[in-house]
Design a protein around this ligand. Structure first.
Ligand SMILES: [Zn+2]
Length: 109
C-alpha cells in the first residue's frame, strides 16, 4: 500500500514526474484491489486521480483546500491523471474528461 500512496502523492502534487494514471492503473489495479478497502478501490477505479486525492485528504495528508497544479503547467489532467493536450494554445483537453481548462494568453504575443 505504501508504494501506491507514494505514487498518489507524486501524481497529485507533481503529475509530470510519474507515469500517467492510466498506465499506472493498468499495472497496479490488482494490487490496489488487494491492499485497499473495497470502497477505496472503487473510488480509484472510477474517479482515478480525483479518488487518490480524496484518499490522501482522508488520511490527513492534504489540506481541505488543496488545489491541484494546473494542467497547463504539468501537462497532466488534475482530475484523472492522464496527459492533456493543448491544440490551439487556449484550451486544455483531456482524453478522458474533455475540456478541463480554458485560458487566454495576454502576453507572449
Ligand atoms: Zn482527465
Amino acid at each position: 500500500m505504501d508504494e501506491c500512496l507514494a505514487y498518489f502523492r507524486q501524481a497529485v502534487t507533481n503529475p509530470a514526474s510519474v507515469p500517467p494514471w492510466s498506465e499506472w492503473w493498468a499495472q497496479n489495479a490488482a494490487l490496489v484491489e488487494q491492499v485497499f478497502p473495497l470502497i477505496d478501490y472503487v473510488r480509484l477505479k472510477h474517479r482515478r486521480l480525483l479518488g487518490a486525492r480524496q484518499i490522501l485528504r482522508n488520511r490527513g495528508e492534504l489540506p481541505d483546500d488543496f488545489e491541484p497544479p494546473s494542467g497547463r503547467v504539468t501537462g497532466s489532467c488534475p482530475n484523472c491523471g492522464d496527459r492533456v493536450s493543448s491544440p490551439n494554445g487556449t484550451h486544455i483537453f483531456c482524453p478522458n474528461c474533455g475540456l478541463i481548462e480554458e485560458y487566454h494568453t495576454v502576453s507572449n504575443r
